[in-house]
Design a protein around this ligand. Sequence first.
Ligand SMILES: [Zn+2]
Length: 306
Amino acid sequence: MGGRLGIKIDVDTLAGLSKGVPALLKMLGERGIKASFYVSLGPDNSGRAVFRVFRQQGFLEKMLRTRAPSVYGFPTMLYGTLLPAPMIGAAAPGVLPSLAAAGHEVGLHGYDHVRWHDRLLFMTREEVDQEIKQAQATFADIMGAPATSFAAPGWQASETSRAALAAAGFLYASDTRGTQPFFPRFGAQVSPLLEIPTTLPTLDELLGLSDCSVEDFFALILSRLENGTPQVLTIHAELEGGPFQEAFARFLDLCLARGVTFFRLADWAAQLLEQQKNIPTALVFQGRLPGRAGTVSRQGVPEEQT
Ligand SMILES: [Zn+2]
């Protein structure tokens, strides 16, 4: 059967980093799977970030039915609202080196997740630079060198953010939803920074749709791997590393039984950049996705490079 899958793990919160990530590390390690982790290192405003996920239509109801709210716990829900926001980076020194030691990729998922998600499209270059600088300073303190990959919070990308990421020296970014790797175009301006988009829907999106169960979701993902085209699945440390652990572990076992192979996005990026002229450009636009509130940055139709 085969199929190729890159697992992209977004870590948005302190609970995700301190509980979800170790659970995923163990699960992946037991199966010999290497994945790509992207971590927010700034303030944990999960009181606001998490409510956004819960607000996805129908998601809260399914979470309650699957005994899910226990992952976040009551205090987490209040961070950045009634309680001050703790810094996620404070828990990172104990976690990030263990990811790298196990052979996983570790990149950045922004600094202040909520600010990037809500404000990016209105931010100045200086403000975007500041988010990246703060995240990189914390990352380099812990890892001894800056991160080489970046995944935008909430799939929010702009001409400004791409210029800032390119100038900051990242190898590639994974900021958008799309179908295949590309160089993003904003109007006439093409970003020189390779983009590897998330190509598959996410659990929280599809669970919000009325007829979809957790099992249906993973069955759909498996069917999307069948044609052999490399796919990128975004999961959340707070969900697949939390209440949906068992379902995700079953999914990984099914993948392995079917001969699916796993890749880290950084390795794919390095491989693609060896043949840079074969990478298409594509317009990036803000668009809606089924089951998700608000808009995300999406890949338009791929165009051959001239
Ligand atoms: Zn996120």
